[in-house]
Design a protein around this ligand. Structure first.
Ligand code: APR
Ligand code: ZN
Length: 250
C-alpha cells in the first residue's frame, strides 16, 4: 500500500506543472521541535496557547507574554533542518515544486535552502513596532526583554515593539492572501505534517484541484485528498524523491 502510494504521489508530482507544498509543525518534529496537537507530546498539551501566544496576553499582560510564550519563539533557533526540509529544497531546485506555504515559524525551510517560502503564521527572525512598523532582529528584542524592558520600546517612535509571529487573535499577514491566490491557481497541493485544524489555512486544501496528504495521524481533510500517505515526513519525502528520479531515469 505505502509503496503504491509513494509511486502514485511521484507520478502526480511529475505530471503537475504547478505544485505547491503546505507544511505544518509535523514537518519539524524530526528536527526535535514538538508539534502542537500530537497526543502526549504536543505543545498545547502542556501550555494553553491562549495564555501563552495570544494577542490579548501580549497587549494586556506583556510581562506574562514575555516570561512564558516568548520563550517558545526564541528556542526555535536552536534546531536544525531535517531530511524532509532538505528534500523539499531539492524538489524546488529541480523544478518539481514551485514553493512552500508554511504555518511554521522555525525558519527551517529557509535554512534548508528553500527559496520560495510563504510564512503565513509569521517568523521568529524579526520583530516590529506596533505603530511605525520599524523592523528589528528578534535577538535585539530578546536583549531588551533580558534587560527587563517590558514591553520593549521602539527607538524610532517610543511605541511598543513585538515579535513578527502571528499570535492567536491576530489578523493573518499578506502572505496568506498570496498563498490563497497561489493555491487557487495550482494543480497540486502537497500537505505535510499538519492536522489542518486551524483556519483559515485549513481551507487551502479545499481549493486545490488535487491534494496529497503526508501525515502521521488522520487529519480533518483526509477525505479531500487524492491520496493520503501515513508516515514520517522525512522518510516519505525521500522515497517520493527517489521514485521521481527513477520515473525520469535520473
Ligand atoms: N511526519 C509526518 N507527520 C507528522 C510528523 C512527522 N514526523 N510529526 C507529527 N506529524 C503530524 C501529527 O500527526 C499532526 O497531525 O503533524 C501534525 C501536526 O499538527 P499540529 O500539531 O496541529 O500542527 P499544525 O497543523 O502545524 O498547527 C497549525 O496551529 O497552534 C497553531 O500556529 C500554530 O501553526 C500552528 C497551527
Ligand atoms: Zn515605532
Amino acid at each position: 500500500m505505502l509503496k503504491d502510494n509513494i509511486k502514485i504521489a511521484a507520478q502526480m508530482i511529475n505530471n503537475s506543472s504547478n505544485t505547491w507544498v503546505l507544511t505544518g509543525a509535523g514537518m519539524s518534529t524530526e528536527s526535535g521541535i514538538p508539534d502542537f496537537r500530537t497526543p502526549n507530546s504536543g505543545l498545547w498539551e502542556k501550555i494553553d496557547p491562549m495564555e501563552a501566544l495570544s494577542r490579548n496576553v501580549l497587549y494586556n499582560n506583556p510581562t506574562k507574554f514575555y516570561k512564558t510564550g516568548y520563550c517558545i519563539l526564541t528556542q526555535m533557533s536552536d534546531f536544525q533542518p531535517n531530511e524532509g526540509h532538505v528534500v523539499l529544497a531539492k524538489l524546488e531546485e529541480k523544478g518539481y515544486i514551485n514553493g512552500i506555504i508554511t504555518q511554521n515559524i522555525d525558519n527551517l525551510h529557509i535554512r534548508a535552502g528553500s527559496k520560495n517560502v510563504l510564512e503565513v503564521h509569521g517568523n521568529t527572525r524579526t520583530g516590529s513596532c506596533t505603530d511605525c512598523n520599524y523592523k528589528v532582529e528578534l535577538k535585539y528584542l530578546t536583549k531588551k526583554i533580558q534587560n527587563n524592558e517590558i514591553p520593549p520600546k521602539c527607538e524610532q517612535c517610543g511605541s511598543s515593539l513585538r515579535p513578527d509571529v502571528v499570535l492567536f487573535g491576530d489578523q493573518l499577514p499578506k502572505e496568506f492572501d498570496k498563498a490563497w491566490e497561489i493555491v487557487n491557481e495550482c494543480e497540486l497541493l502537497i500537505v505535510i505534517g499538519s492536522s489542518l485544524t486551524v483556519s483559515p489555512v485549513n481551507y487551502l486544501p479545499q481549493i486545490s484541484p488535487k491534494v496529497i496528504i503526508i501525515n502521521l495521524d488522520k487529519t480533518h481533510y483526509d477525505s479531500y485528498a487524492d491520496i493520503v500517505i501515513r508516515g514520517k515526513a522525512g522518510t516519505v519525502l525521500n522515497k517520493i524523491f527517489n521514485s521521481i528520479q527513477m520515473e525520469n531515469n535520473l
